[in-house]
Design a protein around this ligand. Structure first.
Ligand SMILES: Nc1ncnc2c1ncn2[C@@H]1O[C@H](COP(=O)(O)OP(=O)(O)OP(=O)(O)O)[C@@H](O)[C@H]1O
Length: 267
C-alpha cells in the first residue's frame, strides 16, 4: 500500500508556536485521519486559529530537525498540494467581499485562488459549469447572476463555501462559520457542513459554540491558554463540568438528538 495513503491526513508532535517571546500554542500529540472530523472549541485567544494555521502552513512551529507537522505523511509537502486538498471558509474571507461582482465570478475565482475572475485568466465554459455545479450543490444556483454585494450575510457565507467546493477539496476547514449569522443563515451553514461530512470529506470546525458541532463531528479538541486542554469524544467532553472549566464560568451543557447546547448557570 502507498505509505501516503495509510498516513494520517495531519500529524503533529510536540509543536510550539512562539510570538513576541511567548508560546502562543503548544501541541503535544495530534493526528487526524482522512475523512475524520474534529471540532476545535475554546475561549477567545486560546490558540484555535493558530492551530489551524499550523495545519495550513500559514504559521510555522519552532524549527526541529524532524519537522513537527506532517501532511499525509510528508515532512515537507508542497504548498500547492496542501492548498489543493483544503478548502477554508472563514470570516476573514467574508470581510474581503466588498466588490460588486456576480456571484458566479466569485465562485470561479476559487479555481484560481482569487476573489473574482483574474484579469488575464482564460475562463471557459468548463470553469463556469463547475462554479454553477458548486452553487447548485448548495441550493443557491439561483444567485449565480446576482451582485454579491446585494446578498444577505448568510447567502454570502454559502457562496464562499461554493467558492471552496469548486476545487473539490477533501478537507473543509470552517473557521467560526456561523459568526454574524441569523438562525436561518446558521441553519444553512450547519446543514451544508453535514452534507459535506456525509460525502466523506473531513470537516475541521473552529467554533466558540457547541451548537455549531453538527452530529457527524464526533471528536472535539478543546484549546485553552495555548494548550490542548482535552481531545476526545464529544459525549465525554461537552459536559457542564468540562465546559465550565474550559470557559472559566459556570455553564450548563445539554444534548438533544446529537446536537449540543450551552447556557450560563446564574445564581
Ligand atoms: N503575531 C502575533 N504576535 C503576538 N501574539 C500573537 C500573534 N498572533 C497571535 N497572537 C496571540 O496568540 C494567542 C492565540 O491567538 P489565536 O488567534 O490563535 O486564538 P483564537 O483561539 O483563534 O482566538 P479567537 O477565538 O479570539 O479567534 C492570542 O493571545 C493572540 O493575541
Amino acid at each position: 500500500m502507498d505509505a501516503r495513503a495509510s498516513a494520517p491526513l495531519f500529524w503533529i508532535r510536540d509543536a510550539s508556536v512562539v510570538r513576541a517571546g511567548r508560546t502562543i500554542l503548544h501541541v503535544g500529540d495530534f493526528s487526524l485521519s482522512e475523512g475524520e472530523h474534529v471540532a476545535l472549541l475554546g475561549p477567545n485567544g486560546a490558540g484555535k486559529s493558530t492551530f489551524i494555521q499550523l495545519l495550513t502552513r500559514e504559521v510555522f512551529p519552532l524549527w526541529r530537525e524532524e519537522p513537527p507537522v506532517r501532511f499525509r505523511g510528508q515532512e515537507r509537502p508542497l504548498l500547492s498540494e496542501i492548498k489543493g486538498a483544503l478548502g477554508i471558509v472563514s470570516s476573514t474571507m467574508h470581510d474581503q467581499v466588498r466588490v460588486h461582482l456576480p456571484v458566479e465570478d466569485i465562485v470561479v475565482g476559487g479555481l484560481f485562488g482569487t476573489l473574482g475572475v483574474p484579469l488575464h485568466a482564460e475562463v471557459g465554459g468548463a470553469h463556469r459549469e463547475r462554479a454553477r455545479a458548486a452553487l447548485d450543490r448548495l441550493g443557491i444556483v439561483g444567485l449565480a447572476g446576482r451582485d454579491v454585494m446585494t446578498l444577505s450575510t448568510g447567502q454570502v457565507r454559502r457562496v464562499l463555501v461554493a467558492r471552496e467546493l469548486v476545487r473539490d477539496p477533501r478537507v473543509l476547514i470552517f473557521d467560526e462559520p456561523c459568526t454574524g449569522l441569523d438562525p436561518e443563515g446558521m441553519y444553512h451553514v450547519r446543514q451544508t457542513m453535514g452534507a459535506l461530512a456525509s460525502e466523506g470529506r473531513s470537516i475541521v470546525l473552529v467554533t466558540h459554540y457547541p451548537e455549531d458541532i453538527i452530529p457527524p463531528i464526533a471528536r472535539v479538541l478543546l484549546v485553552k491558554d495555548g494548550e490542548v486542554f482535552a481531545d476526545g469524544p464529544k459525549a465525554d467532553l461537552l459536559t457542564s463540568e468540562v465546559m465550565s472549566d474550559l470557559f472559566d464560568v459556570p455553564l450548563v451543557a445539554a444534548e438533544q438528538d446529537g446536537w449540543y447546547s450551552l447556557r450560563g448557570s446564574y445564581a
